[in-house]
Design a protein around this ligand. Structure first.
Ligand SMILES: Cc1ncc(COP(=O)(O)O)c(C=O)c1O
Length: 383
């Protein structure tokens, strides 16, 4: 039995994911139904034992933990002074959008993509310029012609890249990233690379940090990283940004500090240091478990729901399922499934692009729960 088979009761714990009726099964928001790694829980307990929760500074061990992890796991040297603490990837992106663009500018997103990017852009009075991913033969790819056309728009000044990509689960190759970096530099478009899912790749499918794709990419980007997705600690509000460009670093540093999102709560640093210095083995066990769950779903859909197409992916625990053979309105389909079976999954329209005919399913839970989810899905889809 795997530690990830353990059934954790999250109902009535103020969990966002589990704020649902007794008979419902939530497989929506990107939050895992697993306990955090023991090293993280111990670090938090040790910190709690101290019993004093005043203001904290960021110790050098925090930047060292990130730097050593990226060097060892992702083959990228991040200097410690290139990193800036922030309370979350989205707080950082919302801040950077305001600092790196002017009101009315266009920010390019490759849709369908994580919907909160749109909030960060639109709440700041900027507009989203979609460069929809090409979808051919059930697979996603960059539409280079469209991307170049969008980058060339005089009001396009920033692009938010999602690497690996949520919701389509794709790891961009080094060649794709370098090509994208050259194009952005050609048109004077800065890149924010959101790499929050980078440690949740399938075993053997490694991601390339955007900043490692080429010197051009490194010099024209700010990257957002965190332990929060991989180690399931989003509630601890701990993330980092880094850039190798001094001008961009100055802008990010000033912005994050002015927005008051550059200071940690009492547990953020210790938990992150524990994750990156002691959590490697736990993480690899998790990745193997998630792969098993993803394979289960792939087999189940092939055998029981051939009308649905699971988009091939190699990162994240979020599965992107093409429902176009059964509906042109996934929102309605999700409502129907939830009402009929209690299964709560995400309708893809919120991610824009061609998302309207897709659903997103989170499989980061014990396999037994995934099996329950698949049975409910089948029941919800059939008349
Ligand atoms: C691509 C992406 N970026 C950012 C976030 C949220 O980051 P944070 O909780 O650090 O604001 C998520 C959460 O699912 C995500 O999928």
């Amino acid at each position: 039995m795997s530690r990830f088979d353990q059934w954790i009761e999250r109902r009535n714990t103020d969990s966002l994911k589990w704020s649902c009726a007794q008979n419902e099964l939530p497989m929506w928001v990107a939050d895992m139904d697993f306990e955090a790694a023991p090293c993280i829980r111990q670090a938090i307990l040790r910190r709690a034992e101290r019993g004093v929760f005043g203001y904290s500074v960021i110790p050098d061990s925090w930047a060292k933990a990130y730097s050593d992890w990226w060097q060892a796991r992702h083959n990228l040297q991040i200097e410690r002074d290139e990193l800036i603490f922030c309370t979350g990837v989205i707080p950082a992106i919302s801040c950077l959008v305001k600092r790196l663009t002017n009101c009315g500018d266009k920010v390019i997103c490759q849709t369908p993509v994580y919907d909160i990017f749109f909030h960060s852009i639109e709440n700041a009075g900027r507009t989203v310029l979609e460069s929809p991913l090409a979808y051919r033969d059930g697979k996603y790819a960059v539409d280079w012609e469209d991307l170049e056309e969008k980058l060339a728009h005089p009001l396009a000044t920033l692009m938010i890249l999602c690497n690996p990509h949520n919701p389509v689960g794709k790891i961009w190759s080094k060649a794709e990233l370098a090509r994208l970096g050259d194009l952005c530099a050609k048109y004077g478009v800065t890149v924010i690379s959101d790499e929050i899912h980078c440690d949740l790749t399938d075993i053997g499918a490694e991601y390339t940090p955007f900043a490692a794709a080429s010197e051009v990419c490194a010099q024209n980007s700010v990257t957002c990283i965190a332990a929060s997705k991989a180690f399931n600690m989003a509630g601890l509000q701990s993330a980092a940004v880094f850039t190798k460009n001094k001008r961009l670093w100055n802008i990010a540093y000033r912005g994050l500090n002015s927005d008051e999102i550059a200071e940690p709560n009492s547990f953020a640093v210790d938990a992150t240091v524990a994750a990156f210095t002691q959590g490697g083995e736990w993480l690899d066990e998790l990745r193997a478990y998630l792969l098993q769950n993803k394979r289960y779903v792939a087999d189940y859909l092939r055998e029981n729901l051939p009308c649905l197409h699971l988009v091939e992916q190699n990162a994240t625990y979020l599965l992107w399922v093409d429902c176009s053979a059964v509906t042109d309105d996934a929102e309605q389909l999700c409502i129907q499934i939830r009402q009929k079976t209690g299964l709560w999954i995400t309708a893809g329209g919120q991610y824009r692009g061609n998302g309207k005919q897709f659903v997103r399913i989170n499989v980061a839970c014990p396999l037994e729960r995934v099996k329950d989810g698949m049975n409910r899905l089948k029941c919800g889809i059939s008349d």
